[in-house]
Design a protein around this ligand. Structure first.
Ligand code: AKB
Length: 316
């Protein structure tokens, strides 16, 4: 049977780039992008697009039947900072959209699910450096609680009902083309734009707040690799630790200064500081490397070169 893909949340930060890559690999006719609203962007205009509410089981089921979907990528979610402002809705969206897709797989209507988790599953009692795959997990944000709970349900549906669900714990993601939406790691995208447009930046995290980060190309590569790996290689059915690089606001500013010597940064920590303080500074992703061959291409240095090059070519 041919792979036929549905992406729910295709207009978001990861969804836009993931959809584009999946269309390149599987062909436009085999990839259906969907989101809660129709925006005038490439993802909507360049291929099949449907409006869908991730909280509506019947709408998702209808699309799966209409296009004979085999694989669903569920990318719709409220991220950490936004979720803290609207905990009830974040819980509803992040959990019930997952249940809909897991139940559709349990009913035999789809073959494979991709669902993103996050470093937010960890909390203040987790070892911060080189955080292991299996460790203390006491998340203190609504987003983190929803992701940790989601991981338990993914593993449960796999063990009890044989559902083929695969997941990665994304670190902060950095892309030149898609804007982030309501995360604690978003500063690391904005800083590149401000370096070009204003030559200065105010960080909402303090100078030594180290967090795990990843260039979007690596995140998309990891997502596609885990989905294409033979099922027997996917030994962890909750979610895999995934790592690219780790840096503090001070370190990314120093890297930017190599390109813009006059660039300056100042620090005005806000409510997001507390969220960052509860997360790991670096991640041990040796299980992903061993089980299905994960390796990253980007570090802070080559990502910064690439970010400035692409932003200047395409945006500024
Ligand atoms: C966020 O900051 O909320 C996200 C994440 C780390 O999952 N980027």
């Amino acid at each position: 049977m041919n792979t036929k893909i549905l992406i729910i949340g295709a207009c978001g930060q990861i969804g836009t780039e993931l959809t584009q890559k999946l269309r390149e690999i599987y062909g436009n006719e085999n990839v259906v992008a969907s989101d809660i609203r129709k925006l005038n962007i490439d993802v909507v205009n360049d291929g099949i697009f449907e409006v869908v509410n991730a909280l509506d089981y019947n709408q998702i089921e209808h699309l799966i039947e209409k296009y004979q979907i085999t694989d669903v990528y569920l990318m719709a979610a409220l991220l950490s900072a936004t979720a803290e402002k609207n905990p009830a809705f974040a819980w509803d969206l992040n959990m019930n959209s997952l249940f809909h897709v897991l139940n559709l797989a349990k009913a035999g209507k789809i073959k494979k699910i991709y669902w993103p988790s996050s470093i937010a599953v960890f909390g203040p009692t987790t070892p911060r450096e080189n955080t292991p795959q299996y460790t203390i997990m006491e998340p203190s944000t609504v987003y983190g609680i929803s992701k940790q709970t989601g991981e338990r349900w993914c593993e449960y549906y796999h063990k009890q009902y044989g559902v083929d669900v695969r997941s990665l714990r994304y670190p902060g993601l950095i892309s030149w083309s898609s804007p982030p939406g309501g995360g604690t790691t978003d500063y690391a995208v904005d800083i590149y734009h401000k370096a070009i447009t204003e030559g200065k930046f105010t960080s909402f995290l303090s100078e030594n707040s180290g967090l795990p980060m990843m260039y979007m190309d690596d995140a998309i590569k990891a997502t596609i690799n885990i989905m294409q790996a033979p099922a027997e290689q996917i030994k962890i059915r909750s979610s895999y630790n995934l790592s690219g690089m780790s840096f503090t606001p001070k370190e990314i500013a120093a890297e930017i200064k190599k390109h813009y010597p006059d660039f300056s940064i100042n620090y005005e920590p806000d409510f997001r500081q507390k969220i960052a303080d509860s997360w790991p500074a670096s991640i041990d992703d040796s299980s992903a490397r061993k089980d299905w061959g994960w390796n990253n291409d980007f570090n802070l240095e080559n990502m910064t070169v690439e970010m400035f090059q692409r932003l200047k070519e395409h945006i500024y």
